[in-house]
Design a protein around this ligand. Structure first.
Ligand code: FES
Length: 121
């Protein structure tokens, strides 16, 4: 059963701004993930490029390109659509792993799944 996990306050996600990082366990391994705001909606993905499994950031939490229209991998320039995670250019092989979010009353939560759950503290 999916369970909501606190991610951040709504105001922490600014349109086209820095990502908010968080950690998850996916496929049995710990991964960084990130949330951004694009066209008003909060979106979250595993921070794992589909070209080579590296984090996208070219500066800490900087995942948007200069235009604020695409998520860009710093290593070889793969570009992803911020609203779907789909590959839109560069050497990516498929889209980013999307993480379900819900936003209500000024708070953003992410949702667990069979293969995605919080890191035990
Ligand atoms: S590792 Fe992301 S484009 Fe190559």
């Amino acid at each position: 059963m999916p369970a909501p996990v606190f991610l951040c306050r709504s105001e922490d996600l600014r349109e086209g701004g820095l990502a908010v990082p968080f950690d998850v366990v996916h496929a049995g391994a710990r991964w960084r993930a990130f949330a951004v705001r694009f066209e008003g909606r909060a979106q979250a993905y595993l921070n794992r490029c589909t070209h080579i499994p590296m984090e996208l950031d070219w500066q800490p939490n900087q995942v948007f390109d200069d235009s604020g229209q695409w998520l860009l991998c710093a290593t070889h320039g793969a570009a992803y659509a911020p609203d779907t995670g789909a590959c839109v250019g560069g050497p990516c092989r498929g889209g980013l792993v999307k993480i379900a979010l819900c936003e209500a009353r000024g708070v953003v939560h992410w949702h667990t799944s069979d293969d995605l759950y919080p890191v035990e503290s």
